[in-house]
Design a protein around this ligand. Structure first.
Ligand SMILES: N[C@@H](CCC(=O)N[C@@H](CS)C(=O)NCC(=O)O)C(=O)O
Length: 320
């Protein structure tokens, strides 16, 4: 919709987010506001909207927490097409893909249009998730780690008591959650991207070794356990899970994280992952393997120029 040439911000195949050694450097998110009673972004039903891709692990964090907190009616969701091209993420009016939506608020063509509506001078990347404010027509927050904390508490006064009681960042476990999040983010969540987006052999090898060192450590931590921290579901589980569910279908092949698969190499991680998928609708309902596989294999022609999406693994996720 905008006539401005923003392809340097939207075309991932021309991304220059690399260090001199060929290592991938993720840019920081720009919109970092919160929702709070009496604040600029007040607690209201039907005021906020969530834009996501089912393909994106960061966006899926928000989808899962939204479901766990019963916020379906309070924060509607719009899903983009998984085929991210030179203008970034398209809506279904530009790229009709099963499960993708049109933008119900502005009929935007791309996620980029939302960013430029919020800030015509925006110079960062056009990422999902986006937590949108319909009242001020702007972005509240585009950083998933913060969006999930907002969803965890901000709406507690206007949701049923059983949902308000769900606490994914409980006081008693905060130190441990923060500690786990830090290394899991760096070496697993972002580690697979550092492996896949590396542009030198050395940068790739450094990243991939770290990924598997951390998976080994997680395998130890999850022995006989249903949750990563304490005996309760926390955001640490949500944040790790979104990477593990993509691991065998995508990261093993596309991002070259192929020392082992989760299913054959990590029984404790695999059991923890399958239990969450099959027993907790918030996880299964937030997962669309068609979108996940198509996105990565189609959208990074610098890695996969034929755009062929592999048929396996079969099954995509094993039964419990
Ligand atoms: N720090 C952000 C990262 C979000 C992110 O990088 N999303 C990816 C999809 S998985 C994206 O939209 N990339 C588009 C681009 O870089 O052009 C968060 O956690 O919310």
């Amino acid at each position: 919709m905008s006539s401005k040439d923003t392809t340097s911000q939207s075309d991932i195949s021309k991304m220059t987010a690399h260090g001199a050694d060929g290592s991938f450097k993720r840019a920081a998110s720009s919109f970092r506001n919160t929702i709070e009673k009496g604040g600029k972004f007040d607690v209201e039903k039907d005021r906020y909207h969530l834009y996501v891709s089912y393909a994106c692990p960061w966006a899926t964090r928000a989808l899962i927490v939204r479901k766990l907190k019963g916020l379906d009616e309070i924060i509607p969701v719009t899903v983009v097409s998984p085929r991210m091209g030179s203008n970034g993420w398209p809506f279904a009016n530009v790229d009709e893909f099963p499960g993708a939506d049109v933008d119900p608020l502005y009929n935007s063509e791309h996620v980029r249009d939302l960013y430029l509506k919020a800030d015509p001078d925006y110079s960062g990347r056009f990422t999902v998730p986006v937590l949108w404010d319909k009242k001020n027509h702007t972005i509240v927050n585009n950083e998933s780690s913060e969006i999930i904390r907002i969803l965890n508490t901000a709406f507690n006064d206007i949701i049923p008591a059983d949902k308000a009681a769900v606490d994914l960042y409980p006081q008693a476990h905060r130190t441990e959650i923060d500690e786990v999040n830090e290394w899991v983010y760096d070496t697993v969540n972002n580690g697979v991207y550092k492996s896949g987006f590396a542009t030198t052999q050395e940068a790739y090898e450094k990243a991939v070794v770290q990924v598997f060192k951390s998976l080994d450590r997680l395998e130890g931590l999850l022995q006989g356990k249903d949750y990563l921290v304490g005996d309760t579901l926390t955001e640490a589980d949500v944040r790790l899970w979104v990477t593990t569910i993509r691991f065998d279908p995508v990261y093993v092949g596309h991002f070259k994280c192929n020392f082992k698969t989760i299913r054959d190499g990590y029984p404790a991680i695999n059991t923890w992952m399958k239990k969450l998928y099959w027993n907790q609708p918030a996880f299964k309902d937030s997962t669309n393997f068609e979108h996940i596989k198509t996105h990565y294999y189609w959208s990074h022609p610098q890695i996969n120029p034929t755009r062929i999406v592999p048929s396996g693994p079969i099954p995509t996720i094993q039964e419990l």
